[in-house]
Ligand binder design. Structure first.
Ligand SMILES: Nc1ncnc2c1ncn2[C@@H]1O[C@H](COP(=O)(O)OP(=O)(O)OP(=O)(O)O)[C@@H](O)[C@H]1O
Ligand SMILES: [Mg+2]
Length: 260
């Protein structure tokens, strides 16, 4: 993981670069630069993908805001090393203005080309996250953040466990769906994809996380791309049904990961 300007394993860094450039291509066609990161189930790598992708984008000079809207399992603050005493729930409950809830995370102190990003943690816990996120104030907050950034990345809970991501999807340009190689059943991916599309959320891409080369031929995920070798393979033509609709882009992230 690319923490505090520390560069992770070269191939891991390269995989995030591929994900970054694929995302930037997709974003250039979208009205809003707001992308949510989700998955079908818990623990598949949503937060680590959101954080690493945000870092990769910021290091490339993009103005990035990373928002933790996983109000069930707040975790972004831990990954990036900020406090979570104030955050999104304060904005959504009208307790604080947005600016007071953004924390700057510096990645490179270079005075000529400083690199960093703004991060908003979840803030204090709330009783009913889905209800709060469904309020107009949430889309207003995301629009305000988008007005100040090139990319807004939103960490969310799993699609199949709680309603939050489905509520948020409509307020974003689309979703990146993280899939854990060798663990997420294809049926769960299909369910998550269908639920997102039914809720007017565009599936922008699929991130195959914790990927091992041994997972490749018979993984059940169909064709996929891996850095430097056919990454970004569209699934639109697949006949096996796995991830077949909507032409998501797939990027593999290897099973080698620095933890916070
Ligand atoms: N590519 C990877 N290789 C190895 N371990 C990984 C990888 N990606 C994530 N992990 C590990 O898997 C665990 C879950 O990752 P993460 O917290 O990002 O998942 P999550 O989907 O956000 O989970 P939750 O649903 O609980 O919020 C963490 O311990 C993380 O370090
Ligand atoms: Mg998480």
């Amino acid at each position: 993981m690319l923490l505090e300007g520390r560069i992770g394993p070269r191939f891991q860094e390269e995989a995030y670069r591929v994900l970054r450039s694929n995302l930037l291509v997709v974003l250039s066609d979208l009205e809003r630069p707001t992308v949510m990161v989700t998955s079908s189930d818990a623990g598949e790598g949503k937060t680590s993908t959101a954080v690493n992708l945000a870092y990769s984008l910021a290091l490339a000079g993009q103005r990035v805001v990373l928002v933790d809207l996983d109000l069930h399992h707040p975790d972004v603050h831990r990954w990036v090393g900020i406090h979570n005493e104030v955050g999104a729930s304060d904005v959504l409950l009208d307790r604080r203005p947005i600016d007071e809830c953004l924390q700057y995370v510096e990645l490179a102190a270079d005075p000529v080309r400083p690199r960093g990003l703004y991060v908003m943690g979840t803030g204090p816990r709330v009783a009913d996250p889905a209800e709060l996120l469904g309020m107009r104030r949430t889309s207003g907050m995301l629009e305000s953040l988008a007005a100040q950034a090139d990319v807004v990345l939103v960490d969310t809970p799993p699609v199949l466990l709680v309603a939050d991501a489905l509520v948020l999807g409509r307020m974003t340009a689309g979703a990146l769906l993280v899939v854990e190689a060798g663990r997420t059943p294809v049926a769960a991916i299909e369910h998550a994809k269908d639920a997102l599309i039914r809720n007017q959320t565009r599936l922008l891409g699929v991130v195959l996380n914790k990927f091992k080369l041994k997972d490749s031929p018979d993984s059940g995920y169909g064709r996929y791309g891996y850095y430097g070798d056919g990454y970004g393979t569209p699934y639109g033509d697949d006949s096996d049904g796995a991830l077949s609709a909507n032409g998501p882009t797939v990027v593999g992230l290897s099973d080698d990961h620095d933890r916070p």
